[in-house]
Design a protein around this ligand. Structure first.
Ligand SMILES: Cc1cc2nc3c(=O)[nH]c(=O)nc-3n(C[C@H](O)[C@H](O)[C@H](O)COP(=O)(O)OP(=O)(O)OC[C@H]3O[C@@H](n4cnc5c(N)ncnc54)[C@H](O)[C@@H]3O)c2cc1C
Length: 367
């Protein structure tokens, strides 16, 4: 099996292929993976998915934990904390909690939320919920550690090798041809570079997100990833509740600026203590490289308010890009005999990677 792309989607396919005893080669055009898989929050947002995405997310969860223990990368099972600052936000959390198995979403008082936030709870927080099944990993560490471990299992990695096209069981690249019975193409948001017709038919666009890493306020130690009201408008488990429509109107009235940049105000803590803070969303076929400082300031301001601190010290800023389609959250397409294109076309690639890869391999005719 030849896998194109050493991001989390390519490597989760390599992980399952190795478990099946296949001989695997991974190629990537870069010296190391620096795409969406290292630029995200490291949040496996499992509990707030719904339908098929929830199934894929839950199916992938044990493999994330297995990969973490085998490859030795950090993974936290502390879940996610959804913070509520209004009765409407609490209503969304209560509705989803009631619809789910007991304990999957545990409703919390303001005091319990404050404890989860090491006491750093903004004055307007009135409660929240703990999303039990969510996981958290360190995005700076995961794909590098997974690639190293896969190499130890016998997976061959060819870096700085660009895939061009596949024909008759041969993958043509910038470093010659590779023979493979199965080729899985996992190039993230660059589907249009290789398969422009598919990108056009599936309406695959690029989604750009502004992110920052900030110093944590003193003694802040977070178990869970932290989500806010804007997150409740995005993740389908929340967004499909009847209470969510009222919440959208409320946020539009109180924080139209956040909605204007399609913000998902959230943060996670890295093992070194620093916080990954984000994010905004903008769509384009070719992403404008210039980042508006006003957007960064808005995101930092809202996170500071959640934590009840005056300001946050920025250590780094970056833009992440993922593939986005209004038609479906992920794409699996047989582009030629023995060639499968896999791209997660929404912001859940970390969450569903291992579940999706397991399903893709189960559907292939593997010998
Ligand atoms: C800022 C941000 C925050 C996010 N937050 C979350 C989150 O909290 N939870 C979540 O579940 N998801 C999140 N996502 C989404 C998630 O990160 C992506 O869906 C996922 O990382 C996509 O993985 P990938 O392997 O497809 O792409 P990538 O990680 O981009 O990897 C693609 C790889 O393909 C290689 N490549 C491309 N073209 C070629 C070629 N022709 N030949 C060889 N190699 C090639 C690239 O070099 C790259 O290494 C976020 C994304 C961003 C950008």
């Amino acid at each position: 099996m030849l896998i194109v792309g050493a991001g989390i989607i390519g490597l989760s396919h390599a992980f399952h292929a190795v478990r099946r005893g296949l001989k695997v080669t991974v190629i990537d055009r870069d010296r190391r993976a620096v795409g969406a898989s290292v630029r995200n929050f490291g949040h496996c947002c499992i509990t707030a998915q719904s339908g098929e995405l929830l199934e894929l997310a839950q199916a992938g969860r044990p493999f994330w934990l297995e990969a973490s223990s085998q490859a030795g990368f950090f993974a936290s099972t502390a879940g996610a904390l959804a913070v509520a600052r209004s009765e409407r936000e609490l209503a969304v959390l209560s509705e989803l909690s009631a619809a789910r198995p007991l304990g999957q979403l545990e409703l919390l008082s303001r005091e319990q939320v404050a404890t989860q936030l090491s006491g750093y709870a903004g004055a307007d927080i009135i409660g929240g919920a703990l999303l039990r099944d969510d996981l958290r990993v360190d995005p700076r560490q995961v794909v590098a550690a997974l690639a190293d471990w896969l190499a130890e299992q016998g997976v061959r990695f060819e870096w700085q090798t660009s895939f061009h096209f596949a024909q008759d069981g041969l993958a043509h690249t910038s470093r010659g041809s590779f023979v493979a019975a199965q080729i899985i193409v996992c190039v993230g948001h660059d589907v249009d570079r290789l398969y422009p017709e598919i990108a056009a038919t599936e309406q695959i666009n690029r989604c750009g997100l502004q992110m920052a890493r900030v110093a944590a306020p003193r003694d802040l130690r977070l178990g869970p990833a932290v989500l806010s009201g804007t997150s409740m408008l995005r993740y389908p488990g929340f967004a499909e509740t009847t209470a969510a429509a009222g919440l959208r109107a409320e946020i539009a009235a109180h924080d139209a600026e956040a909605l204007a940049v399609d913000a998902n105000i959230m943060f996670t803590q890295r093992p070194d203590g620093s916080l990954i803070v984000g994010d905004s969303h903008r769509l384009a076929e070719t992403m404008d490289p210039f980042l508006a400082e006003s957007v960064s300031e808005l995101l930092l301001d809202r996170v500071a308010a959640l934590l009840g601190v005056a300001q946050l010290t920025v250590l780094e800023r970056w833009q992440g890009i993922y593939a986005s389609s209004p038609l479906q959250p992920y794409l699996v397409s047989t582009v030629a005999p023995g060639v499968t294109l896999v791209s997660v076309t929404s912001g859940v690639g970390m969450t569903i990677s291992f579940g999706l890869a397991q399903r893709v391999l189960a559907q292939l005719d593997l010998v």
